[in-house]
Design a binder for this molecule. Structure first.
Ligand code: TRP
Length: 466
């Protein structure tokens, strides 16, 4: 028996029955719960608006169907083959230094994302609170968002509320409850997003925005379009940070990896496109496509949507329902980030679950507070020209993710081998896109990932302007 066979047999016995997903639906929901979050509703539209609209969307779709597809397959197969979460999965193939590093970086990224993710979660908490108090008109005012985030005290409270909510769920372990609620809330979120998107798109002047978002204009293309689209794809699909390795390790051998991958990808992208259709045409309808608004960055959703809701006449109700759902989607994602960090610390450092989750809580509070202050009392701080929150976002998505994805590719090329992956995937699916998978993983991905990394660093150091 060779090494790979030994690993997969060992993992079968090691995998406890209670730790496998009950079926495809459970798995897809869990992966979708982690994938669909602020990345789709908040991050995708602002990046699309900033980096060229239609051309961004086109690049994103191409990357998702080639790269994204290959990365999901790889991670899921590695997880199912070894039955372990990232650090364990990498070291299942030996004790070389680069394997340790590869597993390690996959585990560190979520710990850096969780804090600033929770800061934005906190912004959503504030909006929910405002709508509950019937303040739809105030929330729609131009100055509202800016003065909120520059008030560090209020923003900090909202952030702490969000982190504690995630922490309590982790401590209570009410995973089943969350899954049950997801089944109801996720479809509701889709319906509400469709209604809002239709409303947005049909406002006078909005059609220009639809065109900007859907029709590629090659003049808007730049290398940063690719860098941003790539980072976003990793972010949105929760790639390159061990999530899918962990979830893959819970997946039954009968589950069709290829089909599940396709479903998750389209669900995730569908929500992102809907969010784009809610927000970008609204920017055109309310500001006439003002470049400054389009490039507003992280604040775009918080500034535009309240105006849409207010003009609908039913601002309080719709705004309430909408932000509550965004809050829920953000919480499910934050919980899965929290969970990965906790599990890694417990496994690697040998602490109990409670102690591990307390460590994650403390790190999140410290780094998150820095991000909150970065928009308020520390707004003079700039790291490579970026505010603290933007810096964490850039560091994780544009710098660390390509590195960790690179190690996944190398693990496959050098150690597991394409046959090893194909054997695992083919246990339960036809693997129709195998030739594409092979070409992308072997020839395109490693090279491309390095280019992405180099241009991110160059842009941070000011050699390329974004
Ligand atoms: N995919 C999530 C979103 O779109 C964010 C995210 C990135 C995430 N990496 C993750 C969530 C890892 C859970 C686990 O909002």
């Amino acid at each position: 028996m060779d090494k790979k066979d030994a690993i997969s047999t060992e993992s079968n016995t090691a995998k406890k029955q209670k730790n496998t997903f009950s079926g495809n639906v459970g798995y897809i929901l869990a992966v979708a719960g982690s994938a669909v979050g602020l990345g789709n509703i908040w991050r995708f539209p602002y990046l699309a608006a900033k980096y060229g609209g239609g051309i961004f969307l086109l690049v994103y779709l191409i990357l998702m169907l080639t790269f994204g597809y290959a990365m999901i397959i790889s991670e899921t197969a590695i997880g199912r083959m070894t039955g372990k979460s990232p650090v364990g999965a990498f070291s299942a193939f030996g004790s070389k230094k680069w394997l340790k590093f590869g597993g390690g970086i996959n585990a560190v990224v979520p710990m850096l994302i969780l804090p600033y993710y929770s800061v934005i979660g906190g912004w959503v908490v504030r909006y929910v609170a405002e709508y509950l108090r019937g303040n739809a008109a105030e929330a729609a005012e131009d100055e509202f968002f800016g003065s909120f985030i520059s008030n560090s005290f209020v923003a900090e409270i909202c952030f702490v509320v969000f982190v504690f909510a995630a922490f309590l769920v982790i401590i209570a372990g009410v995973k089943n409850g969350i899954e049950a609620v997801s089944k109801v809330v996720m479809p509701m979120l889709v319906i509400l997003a469709v209604i809002t998107a239709v409303y947005s798109v049909t406002r006078p002047g909005a059609l220009e925005g639809v065109k900007y978002f859907l029709v590629p204009n090659f003049r808007d293309f730049s290398i940063m379009t690719v860098v941003a689209a790539m980072g976003q794809m990793f972010y949105s699909l929760s790639l390159a940070m061990g999530i899918l390795i962990t979830y893959g390790s819970y997946l039954k051998k009968e589950s069709d990896i290829e089909q599940n991958t396709t479903r998750v990808e389209w669900f995730d992208t569908g929500i992102a496109i809907l969010a784009g259709l809610m927000i970008i045409p609204a920017v055109f309808a309310f500001t006439g496509g003002d470049i400054k608004t389009l490039k507003a960055g992280p604040s775009l959703m918080f500034i535009t949507l309240p105006k849409v809701f207010d003009s609908m006449g039913l601002g309080n109700i719709i705004g309430n329902v909408f932000f509550l759902m965004v809050l829920f989607a953000a919480l499910t994602s934050a919980i899965s980030l929290f969970e990965t960090c906790t599990a890694t610390i417990a496994e690697e450092l040998g602490f109990s679950r409670v102690v591990s989750s307390l460590i994650v809580l403390c790190v999140s509070l410290i780094l998150g507070t820095a991000s909150v202050f970065g928009y308020g009392i520390w707004s003079f701080v700039r790291i490579f020209g970026m505010q603290i929150l933007d810096f964490f976002d850039f560091l994780t998505n544009s710098v660390m993710m390509p590195v960790s994805a690179f190690f996944v590719c190398i693990l496959i090329i050098r150690v597991i081998g394409f046959d090893g992956v194909a054997k695992e995937v083919k246990l339960s699916s036809k693997f129709r896109r195998q030739p594409m998978y092979y070409i992308v993983t072997k020839y395109i991905a490693p090279f491309f990932l390095m280019i992405i990394l180099a241009s991110s660093i160059a842009s941070a150091l000011g050699f390329i302007t974004i």
